[in-house]
Design a protein around this ligand. Structure first.
Ligand SMILES: *Cc1c(COP(=O)(O)O)cnc(C)c1O
Length: 371
């Protein structure tokens, strides 16, 4: 049976294979395995793409978030507001600092963090609010920043939104954002990688130092740091893929529009809720997430998977219902929109190379599964 994966990394690799091989040869010949010219070049190119003054490459997206939070002053005992419906790493980065995640609900249509709920959760101990640009579209980071008191900063989780904008603004511009280059992200490395982007030079320098054992110059350590560096081989992959990212994001938008059209009947019949895009957003469709009506979601995903279709669930449990964050003391009913979405959602295969025929097959299988 012909498989349709959730994301087709083989097809993506085929487009850049020669370029990456040549780049790997350069790195191997020059032995710049950590940092080096490829990393510097990628940081310059990604900053230009993101429209920010600075980009600091780090080891993964969770580190990027932790370092960005630390760079704006989040420390032990501080509170950080974030949405209950996110990948657990958002809360994990906060917990690793020894800060306290304060969860809030999402907007029931876009599933982005509810801006008003976030502002209502801000107290004296709040040092940061983390809007997560979930599934490839931006939450209202600028609106949050404008309304926050001086002791709290916005730190954007842009792991799923490389290339997305809201009212023309991209994550990190005027503020600070963390992103992930996990292989399945819109811009994916061939291993773990991430970055912090910002216009704040001081914050960028602090992130760079923290990520390199606190070193501000060779063997000069003014702060205690970590090891979270980007390596040269990953930078080669990222440079090759970055050159095709805008085109890939446009292909994702076209594929999403095709799903919207193919699924319009099911949506009109109330069997399915299609993803909603917030006003002013240019969406990059990291994931195409629909929500089933009365159907049993797990059964629907099971039927799709049995047909060779790589449907997934992002994510089956909101942060407050995971064992890892049970100690926050929440229960079912605390964040009803996040909970309802988690019970009903499923992600359909979506990647730049997906064909109309593949999408047709996904929709036919989904229609059958919902019958
Ligand atoms: C992928 C992801 C992360 C973490 O990135 P890693 O590179 O896996 O550490 C954080 N937040 C969100 C929303 C993500 O999707």
């Amino acid at each position: 049976m012909n498989q349709i994966p959730l994301v087709d990394l083989k097809a993506a690799h085929a487009e850049v294979a020669d370029e990456i091989r040549a780049g790997f040869d350069r790195v191997l010949a020059g032995t710049a395995f950590i940092g080096g010219e490829e990393v510097r070049a990628f940081e310059r190119e990604y900053a230009a793409f993101a429209g920010t003054g600075h980009c600091v490459g780090v080891a993964n997206g969770t580190d990027a978030l932790e370092l960005a939070l630390r760079a704006v002053g989040v420390g032990v005992g501080d509170e950080v507001v974030l949405p209950a419906n996110t990948f657990i790493a958002t809360a994990g980065a906060v917990a690793r600092i020894g800060a306290r995640p304060v969860l809030v609900d999402c907007d029931p249509d876009t599933l982005l963090i509810d801006t008003q709920a976030a502002l209502d959760a801000v107290g004296k101990a709040t040092r940061a609010v983390v809007p997560v640009h979930l599934y490839g579209q931006c939450a209202d980071a600028a609106g949050l920043a404008a309304a926050l008191p001086a002791h709290a900063r916005v730190v954007e989780d842009a792991a799923q939104s490389q290339g997305a904008t809201r009212a023309g603004r991209s994550p990190g511009s005027g503020q600070i954002a963390a992103t992930s280059f996990y292989p399945g992200k819109n811009l994916g490395a061939y291993g773990d990688a991430g970055a912090v982007v910002t216009d704040d030079e001081e914050a960028a320098e602090l992130v760079r130092a923290l990520a390199n054992h606190g070193g501000t110059a060779k063997y000069r350590h003014d702060v205690a740091g970590f090891n979270s560096r980007l390596d040269g081989l990953q930078a080669v992959v990222l440079r090759a893929k970055l050159a095709r990212l805008a085109e890939g994001n446009a292909a994702r938008r076209a594929a999403a529009a095709r799903y919207d059209e193919l699924l319009a009947g099911l949506a009109a019949a109330g069997r399915l809720t299609l993803p909603a895009t917030a006003e002013g957003n240019v969406h990059v469709w990291h994931l195409y997430v629909v929500r089933v009506g009365a159907a049993d979601r797990d059964a629907v995903v099971g039927k799709l998977n049995a047909e060779g279709i790589g449907a997934g669930v992002h994510y089956p449990a909101p942060v407050h219902l995971t064992g890892a964050f049970a100690h926050l003391g929440h229960g079912r009913g605390d964040f009803p929109h996040a909970e309802l979405a988690a019970d009903r959602m499923l992600s359909l295969p979506l990647f730049p190379q997906i064909t109309p025929a593949q999408q047709q097959r996904v929709v036919e299988a989904l229609t059958d599964a919902l019958r």
